[in-house]
Design a protein around this ligand. Structure first.
Ligand SMILES: NC(=O)c1ccc[n+]([C@@H]2O[C@H](COP(=O)([O-])OP(=O)(O)OC[C@H]3O[C@@H](n4cnc5c(N)ncnc54)[C@H](O)[C@@H]3O)[C@@H](O)[C@H]2O)c1
Ligand SMILES: [Zn+2]
Length: 357
């Protein structure tokens, strides 16, 4: 079992990572609160697979459990689902003394966390993330929210959980598509801050990785926690987490979210960008080949067919761009990232063409 403390003054909390932790969730949450009522928000898949196990653990710790379920899928990270969660929380008689658990992938963490952050002006909540993406990324950092018809994550807030419980064993049932998706973000952490993580990923493969999830998740969460501590509102240093994301988001949008998952688009974004920065002498020689090799090992794309000219219009909307100036996160070498301010007109130079040497 591994523990990571996130130091944010009165909003501090701990992240616990351990195989089998789900069955100890009741004791853990009991150590945080004396309340009786607890609402568990999860999507239909996760509730079907693990809802009863979590309920049993909570009931054994003397909680009265209200399971609140919404249909799985990003399209339900919506205002309509949020209203429905408020209705169910209200019908369950949840008060400000009570607790909420957001139990599921990133969609559940964002939507359930936002419901907890806003229902009755805010209830304490615990995150129990169940997808790789949620275990290494979205459950840490306090960003909660929903999508609006005008764009993803457009309504939300910063609200830190009381704690995060991560049970890597739950990843056994994660569909392969989401395994690859999450691995894109895991590789990103290795690239930006953690050479040892990168080397570990080079040493294992998709099968043997299962015995290393505890360590991998701890390394990713520590990286994110340290960055969040230094930049809780995501205005500066935390930006290095966006490595591969400027191009990655454009890829997702260009293909209308229908071809590449987020992690796949980020993977291609990291490799297309690093190909160019290495050529410019900003990145240590050999980095791109090593990165591409690792992405290939985990079934992730290294390029897309769309050209810089095609992707560009989808970048200009990006929130990382302010006026004509923008900041790219680039690699100095594996394990070391830096911020590179540039003029938006220079951007095409940073997008490697598919098949380029
Ligand atoms: N808040 C943040 O800082 C932050 C950061 C990154 C991403 N996000 C958000 O996270 C969301 C994506 O998260 P996601 O990829 O986890 O999506 P998701 O929550 O939709 O989960 C993916 C799918 O896997 C299923 N699933 C989850 N855990 C499972 C398990 N253990 N076994 C079997 N099936 C399981 C879910 O039911 C769903 O069908 C996006 O909405 C994104 O905006 C938020
Ligand atoms: Zn991401």
């Amino acid at each position: 079992m591994k523990h990571i403390h996130v130091e944010l003054g009165k909003d501090s909390y701990d992240i616990h990572v351990g195989n089998g932790l789900l069955d100890r969730a009741g004791d853990y949450i009991r150590s945080l609160t004396h309340t009786r009522n607890i609402a568990v928000i999860s999507d239909s898949h996760v509730d079907g697979l693990y809802g009863q196990r979590l309920e049993d653990s909570l009931a054994a710790a003397n909680f009265t459990v209200h399971r609140i379920v919404f249909p799985a899928g990003e399209k339900n990270k919506s205002a309509a689902s949020l209203l429905d969660l408020y209705r169910q929380l209200s019908e369950a008689g949840i008060t400000r003394m009570d607790y909420v658990v957001a139990f599921g992938g990133g969609v559940t963490g964002d939507l359930g966390g936002f419901a907890a952050a806003t229902f009755l002006r805010g209830l304490p909540f615990v995150q129990i993330p169940t997808s790789i993406l949620a275990q290494v990324d979205s459950s840490v950092g306090g960003k909660v929210g929903i999508d609006l018809p005008s764009g993803k994550n457009q309504a939300g807030s910063f609200c830190q959980p009381q704690g995060v419980l991560i049970d890597p064993q739950l990843l056994r049932t994660l569909p392969p598509r989401y395994v690859h998706d999450g691995l894109g973000e895991v590789i990103k952490y290795g690239c930006i801050t953690d050479l040892q993580l990168f080397e570990l990923l080079e040493a294992v493969d998709e099968e043997s990785i299962f015995s290393h999830w505890e360590e991998i998740i701890e390394r990713c969460c520590s990286c994110k926690a340290r960055l969040v501590e230094r930049d809780v509102l995501d205005l500066g240093e935390r930006m290095v987490l966006n490595f591969g994301h400027t191009i990655g988001h454009a890829i997702e949008r260009y293909y209308d979210y229908g071809v590449y998952t987020h992690g796949e688009a980020v993977a291609a974004g990291m490799s297309m960008l690093t190909g160019m920065t290495e050529e410019m002498g900003l990145t240590q020689a050999g980095t791109t080949a090593r990165l591409r090799h690792l992405l290939q090992r985990y079934g992730l794309p290294q390029d897309v067919d769309a050209t810089a000219a095609e992707l560009l219009p989808f970048i200009s909307n990006d929130k990382k761009m302010r006026g004509q100036h923008m900041t790219l996160v680039i690699l100095k070498e594996i394990g070391k990232a830096r911020l590179l301010p540039l003029d938006a007109s220079e951007l095409p130079k940073f997008i490697r063409k598919k098949g380029a040497k």
